[in-house]
Each structure stands twice: as structure tokens, then as C-alpha cells.
Design a protein around this ligand. Structure first.
Ligand code: TRP
Length: 337
């Protein structure tokens, strides 16, 4: 049987190279396997759960995220690209699933807990934000996805989805599919920002974006955190925790050359500017085709929105089928059509 794969991103900003190595690159590979059917969702409803009073931040980034998707090689002929808010069935499913989840259970969700702390919500957490794991279960189950590629931090969402599926299927009828998370391993899954301080993120301002010009990429690489003890070229330097080497390990293809550079850097005699220049070349080779495609696509925003509209129509048909089965299983399909 074919794999049904669903994943998505909140449109709160452009996507960065951390998204690319941790997720987008892999989605393209999965899409090109005939055994996989991919759904890629721009999760604007989820983004609104903590941006209700700043809706333009969300709506304006729908196009940006779609440009990032297409520029990386997600192909609307092979994959269904759609916008979450255009599929009302997802909200309906959420309402029914909410009855299967206790408030205590949501409160225990480590990701929700961490995000409430991070955003300083305290008791003032919006209800919609609080229940987003349940809406995410609707996203996943509406398409009967069996595989969900996500970051490590999203594992509790998948656990929540699996519980809802088990409860639904045993209470009503075997309609829903229990999904599995597909989580990338190591540095690829959580590429640190250029400051080396934590995961690449917009709030930390430490990211390299797929839309960044080569000049901006150069500047950012030149500011990268290396080894603060490596002051003179002849000083021995540290490779671990040095962002230039971390990025070379993730993006570089010439592993022999990278090993040689590491040895030389450790011994001393290799300057930061040299290794940064090499990283710039490596990033240039990987990112320039993406950026060029992105610039081309950005000339026709209406065309991109059309792709999302067609995808949303296709996605809605699938979600409507599942919703009909759900209502039938629950005994609330009162009228014959
Ligand atoms: N929560 C995901 C994120 O933070 C986005 C998302 C929404 C998602 N619905 C999903 C991911 C369903 C996978 C499956 O990026």
C-alpha cells in the first residue's frame, strides 16, 4: 500500500536553511518516490492560534512559504500543496476530537507546556492555542496519513493524534489511521543558528533564509560563531561547536576535504576567513539554484496562489470523505444526500 504523508509549516515567516536540511530536502526526496502520496499544508489556522491580533503576519506569509516550497522542488503535480484554513472539514473534525481529549491531557503535552512558557502566556493562553494538538490530529487524520515528517519537538503531537485515533476507532468504528512520526536525526534535525546559541529561529535572528541574497549569506557566514580562543591563524582551533564546521558537516559533499580542513584547523595555521570562504562556496552551490527559482516564481504570485487553490480543492475532497465516514461512524449522518 502507498504511504500517505502529511506535513506542514506555520506561515509566520520565510523558511530558512534549517527547514531546508531538516525537512524540505527530505520531502522532495519522498515526493519523488512513487510509493508515496504527499500532502503539504500551509498551517495558517495553527499560526493564528497565537497571532489572532496580527493576522497579516500570517496571511502575508502564506505566499512566502509556498514560494519556499516550490523553490526547493516540491512539485504540485506530484504533491498536494494546500492552505489549512480553506479546508473547513478540519475544523469540524477538531470539534469531535476535542470530546475525546481531557483538559488535563492537553496540559501534560510537553510541547504545549514549553510553548506556553516561551510565549509567557501563563493563564492567558488562548483556547485555540491550547487545543492546537487536537486540531493537528484533525490535519493528520483527515488525510489518513500514516507518516508525518516533523521535528523532534512535534513528537508529542503525534502521540496525541495516536491516542485520539485509538479512542475514536474503538468507540465508534475503525475509520482513522494511526500515524507515525518521521524525525530527522542529529544536527540535520536541529541546525543551530549562525550564533551557535540554539536552533535556527526567526525570534533569535540567527537564521539564513532561502530567500537571502548571496551577499546576505556571505555577511551571515562572516559573522558565524567559530572558536573564540582561535585568535591568531597559527593558534590551534576547535572544530566542535564551531558553526562553520557544523554547517560544513550538514551541507558539504566533499567529506575528504572537510576532514582535511578539520585536521588543519585543529593543528593551527588555518584562519577563520579561509574556512568561511569555503563554506560560502558550499552554500552558494546549494542555495543559488533555489534562490533563482524562488525569484522566478515570485514574479507570478497569482500563479502560485492558483497552485494553492487547486491543491486546496483536491485536499478538501479527501477531507470531506473522511469527515463523512467520521459522522457516519458517530451516528450523526442524519440525511441521505
Ligand atoms: N505544528 C507544526 C509546526 O509547528 C505545523 C503543523 C500543523 C503540522 N499541522 C500539522 C505538522 C500536521 C505536521 C502535521 O511546524
Amino acid at each position: 500500500m502507498k504511504n500517505i504523508i502529511l506535513t506542514g509549516d506555520r506561515p509566520t515567516g520565510k523558511l530558512h536553511v534549517g527547514h531546508y536540511v531538516g525537512s524540505l530536502r527530505n520531502r522532495v526526496a519522498m515526493q519523488n518516490d512513487d510509493n508515496n502520496q504527499m500532502y503539504i499544508m500551509v498551517a495558517d489556522m495553527q499560526a493564528l492560534t497565537d497571532n489572532a491580533h496580527n493576522p497579516v503576519k500570517v496571511s502575508s506569509n502564506v505566499l512566502e512559504v509556498a514560494l519556499d516550497y516550490l523553490a526547493c522542488g516540491l512539485d504540485p503535480v506530484k504533491s498536494t500543496l494546500f492552505i489549512q484554513s480553506q479546508i473547513p472539514e478540519l475544523s469540524e473534525l477538531t470539534m469531535y476530537y476535542m470530546n475525546l481529549v481531557t483538559v488535563a491531557r492537553v496540559r501534560r503535552n510537553p510541547t504545549v507546556k514549553a510553548e506556553i512558557d516561551q510565549k509567557n502566556f501563563g493563564q492567558s493562553v488562548p483556547t485555540g492555542f491550547f487545543v492546537y494538538p487536537i486540531s493537528q490530529a484533525a490535519d493528520i487524520t483527515a488525510f489518513k496519513a500514516n507518516l508525518v515528517p516533523v521535528g523532534e519537538d512535534q513528537k508529542p503531537m503525534l502521540e496525541q493524534t495516536r491516542e485520539i485515533v485509538r479512542d475514536f476507532n474503538s468507540t465508534y468504528a475503525e475509520v482513522l489511521v494511526e500515524p507515525e512520526a518521521v524525525v530527522p536525526k542529529g544536527a540535520i534535525g536541529r541546525l543551530p543558528g549562525i550564533d551557535g546559541k540554539g536552533k535556527m529561529s526567526k525570534s533569535l535572528g540567527n537564521g539564513i533564509y532561502l530567500a537571502d541574497s548571496m551577499d546576505v549569506v556571505k555577511q551571515k557566514v562572516m559573522q558565524m560563531y567559530t572558536d573564540p580562543q582561535h585568535i591568531h591563524v597559527e593558534d590551534p582551533g576547535q572544530v566542535e561547536g564551531n558553526m562553520v564546521f557544523t554547517y560544513l558537516d550538514v551541507f558539504g559533499k566533499d567529506t575528504a576535504k572537510i576532514a582535511e580542513l578539520k585536521d588543519h584547523y585543529r593543528q593551527g595555521g588555518l584562519g577563520d576567513v579561509k574556512i568561511k570562504r569555503y563554506l560560502i562556496d558550499v552554500l552558494d552551490a546549494e542555495l543559488t539554484p533555489i534562490r533563482t527559482r524562488r525569484e522566478e516564481l515570485a514574479k507570478d504570485p497569482a500563479g502560485v496562489m492558483q497552485i494553492l487553490q487547486a491543491g486546496s480543492q483536491k485536499a478538501e475532497a479527501v477531507a470531506a470523505n473522511t469527515l463523512a465516514e467520521v459522522k457516519k461512524a458517530m451516528g450523526i449522518q442524519y440525511f441521505k444526500d
